[in-house]
Ligand binder design. Structure first.
Ligand code: GLA
Length: 726
């Protein structure tokens, strides 16, 4: 049984394949006991290790000075009840104060999981179990459920919660963390993934934890390019294969807050949850609301295991099962033509895609309304008849006759002020009536918290896509939320707008999935601005970044894979300008994920087309090793001149080394001359199908020489080996 409760000492034990998580109930409070390796774990209960006395630490019962919420390692903590650390839950009650404090009432161990209304979460399998703990706050009249869901095989445990108001009046949830964990000691580093548009997750930063609060967040109403929701807390000396590592991530696409705080008693509090700057959720009497799911994993041996656990979790419990069908190699029109598309160009483009052996052509922005540049048309989802004279259906018919599938770009959450939609419904934007609205990419955000907006979009898309056989939607989102207000919501509900906005977005995604069951969705937000587990649960893959420069992509993809699998990482080869070396380099970087192309292959020399044809054919021989295999990092582009890694699926190993010419090193210059495939079968012989080289598994384990790089002297080059067991 993954979850057990020992009555004699009130101890919960949650086990995964390799990890154990334990806490006990003491005086109605949940006290954290252990998170780590299952084998040989020594869990001490409160009775065995009650903690020590600290001055200035409040306690509830006279004489029990050692039992203070300020100094105990807690499972979940509440504002104002004597814990002065950063807390997980703050509810303003009917009396107007925000003091919060819940006590254990009962628990249930359930098969499967508890679904979170309108927010994506991990999919249960036969072994999934959930611990559901009921707590009560007598003073505020609220009931709290803390949920722990165990995803056994991938060593992941998730945390989420619900609050029900039984106070007889309104309460307001002011801060809400999905996950809280008190770790022993301070001796950790925090790893976070910051970035910017076109540089998503590129700052793979490592910061020492100290006696103070480190917070990482998005206040943008979207996960954001600027900070990803993933974080890891690890031993100071932890590396790829050594040291304790705790990994965390949030299954949500809106504003979030991650906190790591060293406390005065020598512990470290880790929290992950809803961003609190614009979160004030008015909960009416009798209502229940859930916070999103946060996931955690533990590795006793470095970052590699953490990443593989998260990859397995995403592949088996997040990404829709349907997405596992072979992902198409696409040719996208954006970097080829930008807004200058029309029917004839796109049909020729589709023929070229077919000629190069690709599976699908994607018609990106520019096909609808007055959208001939980025200042008009968003919101008017009807085909531009000047460009597609007979309408969408006959045009898509012509595309399909060339032998490829058809995909189309949409940006449902947005509106240009220069659009019929905005002229008809200015009140449908996110806005505060007393203030002007800020522009970003000449557009405004629609109020997805308003059901009328969602209904309008459904009707519009139904009409436009009637009888059009679409195989793929690229769902974009090209600005963040400013002036966060909704003309639809009551004044008291304004603080829940961003949360309701996300619920509206997720419901429209679900509608697309149900209405077009044969189509896949590629998620995009100006590249990888919503590169998160919730988006991965409702789309097949994500456009990783608008930046297709091979050098920057090497870093972006390397960091993205700390937390997310290659199967969702959409990677396009952009224009190599006829340079065969660049084409080769871009291809070898792009095969780190789901391969596609994005440039005008119509005016490309034949030798480039021939090479693309060869690349697509080759990719098809090993794409499953990338999307379904296990991933091992060998050399970090942040620490050496070489980025190296391999994927392994059974008897197949795809090994890559990319020379990055010191592009973004941190100063820790490590030498990388040999690549050791430590998981190769020592008794086997492998053949590199690209060069014909034959090596023993033992040699692979000891390491093969990388050899000379950079035939063109540019300092940029890549090598690829595809080993198959003989
Ligand atoms: C965003 C996307 C691009 C492209 C453009 C179209 O920037 O990331 O890939 O779709 O929008 O306007």
């Amino acid at each position: 049984m993954p979850i057990t409760f020992q009555k004699e000492n009130s101890l919960f034990r949650l086990t995964t394949k390799n990890t154990l998580y334990a806490f006990d109930i003491v005086k109605g409070k949940l006290i954290h006991r252990y998170y780590g390796k299952k084998a040989g774990a020594q869990v001490k209960t409160f009775a065995e290790e009650p903690g020590q006395v600290w001055s200035f630490a409040p306690y509830a019962t006279e004489g029990e000075v050692y039992f203070s919420l300020d100094t105990q390692p807690l499972e979940y903590s509440y504002f104002g009840s004597g814990d002065f650390r950063t807390t997980a839950l703050r509810i303003r009650n009917g009396a107007g104060n925000s003091v919060t404090g819940f006590d254990y009432v009962s628990h249930k161990i359930r098969k499967g999981r508890v679904e979170i209304p309108a927010i994506p979460c991990g999919r249960a399998d036969d072994r999934t179990q959930t611990l559901d703990i009921t707590l009560r706050d007598a003073a505020s009249g609220c009931e709290l459920h803390l949920y722990y869901t165990v995803f056994y095989d991938c060593d992941v445990i998730s945390r989420y919660a619900s609050v029900t108001n039984r106070s007889g009046g309104d309460v307001v949830i002011e801060k809400w963390m999905s996950l809280a964990l008190d770790l022993p000691g301070h001796n950790y580093d925090l790893i976070s993934l910051a970035g910017a548009h076109a540089y998503e997750r590129i700052y793979n930063e490592r910061t020492p934890v100290f006696r103070g609060n480190l917070s990482m967040h998005s206040r943008r109403g979207a996960t954001s390019h600027q900070m990803n929701s993933f974080m890891a807390v690890c031993d100071r000396k932890a590396d790829e294969n050594h040291g304790d590592v705790y990994g965390f991530n949030f299954v949500y696409s809106g504003s979030f807050l991650n906190e790591v705080e060293g406390d005065p008693t020598g512990k470290t509090r880790v929290q992950m949850g809803l961003g609190d700057e614009n979160f004030n959720y008015r909960l009416k009497d009798g209502e229940t609301v859930f916070c999103p799911e946060a996931v955690m994993t533990y590795s006793p041996k470095g970052l590699g295991i953490m990443s593989r656990n998260f990859h397995r979790f995403a592949n088996d419990h997040i990404v829709p099962a349907k997405a596992k069908e072979r992902r198409p190699v696409v040719l996208n029109s954006w970097e080829a033509f930008y807004f200058n598309i029309n029917e004839d160009v796109m049909v020729d483009f589709a023929s070229a895609a077919a000629d190069c052996g690709m599976d699908m052509v994607i018609m990106d922005d520019g096909w609808f309304g007055a959208r001939v540049h980025d200042r008009a048309g968003l919101g008017d989802w009807y085909v531009n008849k000047n460009r597609f004279k007979e309408g969408l259906a006959p045009y898509v018919d012509r595309v399909k006759k060339t032998g490829v599938k058809f995909g189309i770009w949409v940006e449902p959450e947005m509106v240009n002020p220069d659009s019929d939609l905005f002229r008809a419904h200015p009140e449908w934007c996110i806005r505060c009536p007393e203030r002007p609205m800020s522009y970003s990419r000449s557009q405004y955000v629609l109020d997805m918290a308003n059901p009328a907006v969602i209904e309008y979009l459904k009707e519009m898309f139904t009409e436009t896509f009637r009888d059009v056989p679409i195989d793929y939607f690229k769902w974009d989102m090209n600005r963040h939320i400013s002036e966060p207000g909704s003309l639809y919501l009551d004044a008291e509900d304004q603080g829940s707008m961003e949360y309701r906005y996300m619920q509206g977005v997720y419901s429209l995604f679900r509608w697309f999935m149900e209405t077009y069951p044969d189509a896949m969705i590629e998620n995009c937000s100006g590249g990888g601005g919503r590169y998160d587990l919730a988006m991965m649960a409702i789309s097949s893959q994500i456009w990783t970044s608008d930046n297709t420069n091979a050098r920057d992509r090497t870093l972006i993809q390397y960091s993205s894979m700390l937390a997310y699998p290659a199967s969702v990482m959409s990677c396009h080869v952009s224009n190599p300008h006829g340079d065969m070396h660049e084409l080769d380099l871009k291809y070898k970087v792009a095969v780190n994920g789901v391969l596609g192309y994005e440039f005008n292959v119509l005016d490309t020399p034949d030798e480039v087309k021939d090479e693309i044809r060869r690349q697509v054919k080759e990719y098809r021989t090993f794409d499953l090793v990338i999307t379904d295999g296990e991933y091992y990092r060998l050399s970090s582009p942040y620490e050496s001149d070489i980025s190296a890694y391999y994927f392994q699926l059974g008897d197949q190993i795809l090994l890559s080394a990319i020379l990055t010419n010191g592009h973004a090193v941190t100063g820790r210059k490590k030498e990388c001359k040999k690549l050791a495939v430590r998981t190769a079968d020592p008794a086997a012989t492998y053949r590199d199908t690209r060069s014909g080289m034959v090596v023993t598994g033992d040699e692979l384990r000891r390491g093969i020489e990388i050899g000379a790089f950079s035939p063109d002297g540019s300092g940029w080059d890549a090598k690829l080996w595809y080993f198959v067991k003989e």
